[in-house]
Every structure is written in structure tokens, then in C-alpha cells.
Design a protein around this ligand. Structure first.
Ligand code: GLY
Length: 259
């Protein structure tokens, strides 16, 4: 099952976190507050029974706290990505080292492919691969080939015309149980037709980036309708304040690589 994990890689925001990329206009993040939110995020992962591998912060890469973009980790296939934003290219070096220390064999996305892990949604071994401003068709096809060779199935979802989302997982999340959370602009996508859709109310779109981890679902705080929906479906939600990461176009899934 794609939501059963024992470990996660995390990396705290660096002193120049506010210099990272963002497409939203929510103001400058407060570093001290971001660090407190990060600490609570890590504590939540530990509550979900994950052992954390915490990398040192990396001021050379202000977006490096968003570790999810640097790799796609699946039980039978681990892939180092080639992030689509030039300023993020160097983030994969330490992730590759960290994974080799953990004895995880990996392959890599190669040029001219680009791919951000935030565009990849593992729905119980069926992988939705977003084609976005960051992940190009070449990168998507390379990943699909790696995954299919390892016995997984894939489907691409072109989000380049979907407004207001950076990555595919800004708009969808797998809850397991054949359920996919989706914002309205993705809910009708043909790639999702075999999944039960859990809708996110208009105005609560940011909440779509939730993360199923073992017996819990991590969800951004401040979206009561979506939290009620999760509870009505029987999930135990852990709500986390994400305000400072949201200012930098980041969500809950971006802050860890779970495996
Ligand atoms: N700030 C996250 C990103 O743009 O990749």
C-alpha cells in the first residue's frame, strides 16, 4: 500500500528560505515561524511512527526544504529527479548521497527530461504523473518507463492549463482505499475515472495537498470543511499550520520523502 511508510527524509528551511521560488502573493515567510511549523510537521510524522532522517539545512538552495521534489521513492523503484527549476538542480546531490547511505538503489531522470517529485502521485501502485511547468513530457516518459519496468502502472495528467497549481499534488492526493482527493478543476480528469473522488470545496483548494501516512492523514490547518469530509470517511486527521510554507508555494507533501 502506498501510504504505509517506516521512514522519511526531511530538511529544515534554511536562513534564506524567503529567497526561494514562489508564484503566490501571500507575503514574505517568517523564518522562526516556519521552523516551528517544520518542527510540528516532524513531530506529526513521528506520531505516524516514521523514523526521520534529517538532512542539514542548505542555504545554497533556498527551496531545499521541499525535499519531495528531488526523488520518487517506491518500494521497487527509486528515482532521483531532475528538478524543472534551474535554481533547484543542485538539490539532488545530497539526496542521492542520503539514499545511497540508506542502501536504496536508484536510477535518475536524465536530460532533456525534467521532473519534480511534487508532480508524482502514488495511488496504491498506480502513479499519476503530472506534466507541468516543472515536469516535461520527456521527464514524465522516463519516469513512466522506470515505473512500468518495475511493475507499476502510470497515467499522465497534463496540468499546464490548470490555473493556480504548481504541481499535480497541489491539486490531488491519494488517500489509499482507491480514493483520490481532487480540486474541482482536476476531479473530472479521465485519468482519475477509476478512483472515488473526494472533493475539496471551492476556497479550500490548498487542503488538497494532504498526506496519508499509515493510520493518519496530515492536513493543512484552517480548512474545516475538508477536515470534516476526512473525518466522515473515517480518517484520523492531524491538522498542521502551513502558513509559511504556503507563502513559498509549498505544501505538506513537499516537506518529506516518505518510504
Ligand atoms: N518554492 C517551491 C518551488 O517553487 O519549487
Amino acid at each position: 500500500m502506498s501510504f504505509r511508510f517506516t521512514r522519511a527524509i526531511v530538511r529544515p528551511p534554511s536562513s534564506n528560505f524567503a529567497d526561494g521560488l514562489t508564484s503566490v502573493s501571500l507575503g514574505k515567510p517568517d523564518l522562526a515561524r516556519a521552523l516551528r511549523q517544520f518542527a510540528r510537521y516532524c513531530a506529526a510524522l513521528e506520531r505516524c511512527r516514521l523514523q526521520l532522517v534529517t538532512l542539514p539545512d542548505d542555504p545554497e538552495h533556498p527551496d531545499s526544504t521541499f525535499v519531495e521534489d528531488t526523488a520518487v521513492l517506491a518500494a521497487r523503484c527509486n528515482v532521483i529527479t531532475r528538478p524543472g527549476a534551474p535554481s533547484r538542480g543542485g538539490e539532488t546531490t545530497e539526496i542521492r548521497e542520503a539514499l545511497s547511505g540508506l542502501d536504496i538503489n536508484t536510477v535518475s531522470i536524465e536530460t532533456p527530461g525534467t521532473l519534480d517529485g511534487g508532480d508524482i502521485c502514488d495511488a496504491d501502485g498506480h502513479f499519476f504523473i503530472g506534466v507541468s511547468q516543472r515536469t516535461n513530457w520527456d521527464g514524465a516518459q522516463q519516469l513512466a518507463a522506470f515505473l512500468e519496468k518495475a511493475g507499476y502502472s502510470t497515467a499522465s495528467v497534463d496540468i499546464r492549463d490548470v490555473p493556480d497549481i504548481l504541481h499535480l499534488k497541489s491539486g490531488i492526493a491519494s488517500l489509499g482505499d482507491n480514493r483520490v482527493v481532487a480540486i474541482d478543476s482536476l476531479a473530472g480528469h479521465h485519468a482519475l475515472k477509476n478512483h472515488e473522488i473526494v472533493h475539496v470545496s471551492p476556497g479550500e483548494e490548498y487542503a488538497a495537498n494532504c498526506v496519508r501516512v499509515n493510520d493518519y492523514v496530515l492536513v493543512a490547518a484552517g480548512f474545516p470543511s475538508f477536515e470534516r469530509t476526512l473525518k466522515s470517511l473515517g480518517y484520523a486527521a492531524i491538522a498542521l499550520d502551513m502558513s509559511e510554507f504556503q507563502k513559498m508555494d509549498g505544501g505538506l507533501s513537499c516537506l518529506s520523502l516518505r518510504f
